[in-house]
Design a protein around this ligand. Sequence first.
Ligand SMILES: [Zn+2]
Length: 208
Amino acid sequence: MTAIYEAILEDKARVWKSSELKDMLRRSLSKRIRITADPHKRGKASTKLRRYYEKYTVLVSETLKEPSFQTFVHSLLKKENMEVEKIADVQIKTFPVKKENGNSLVGKCSNKGVICLYPQGIRFWRKRMPNGRKDEITFYIKCRARAALIHEILHTKYLSKEGRVRELTRKYFNAFMRRNELDQNKQRIIQKIFPTAPLHKPEQSLKR
Ligand SMILES: [Zn+2]
């Protein structure tokens, strides 16, 4: 847990009181982030495909558990007046799920606060980033994972108000990324992640 302290100390934009720190560590969202695989899909996948998805999900899990991102998420929850306990479970799914339009589902959340995040298949990179280098694809996956978690967390508060959720996702994502050096290439990749198309499929369960 020392890494999380260091990240907080580096976070000059935010003054953390020691009581807040203790509280955050105790209620840390990191503890509720886990990788889950559909055994049926795992059984059907080739070794190569399995290895690809396993590497992908480990990268997503590590990215979301990064102390700097975790402290950021806790600030977001505080700003939005949300209780971290409302996020019951964050499942990083190993295998993708296709939407009716053929695109991969990015994420979804239930009204019980269960968030599921899904990977992109191999074919996606050939289509979207045919000449993408490994570091560019890694950057894309990391940014997409952060944006997807922010998006689904916001859905637990704003329910099916997709427009509002998208607007705030972009705002918070940009606020987090401002801490990083972003060259033109990275900015181009971020633009690919925030197209005009919806980030996820609205869940029926969200409509109360
Ligand atoms: Zn959405």
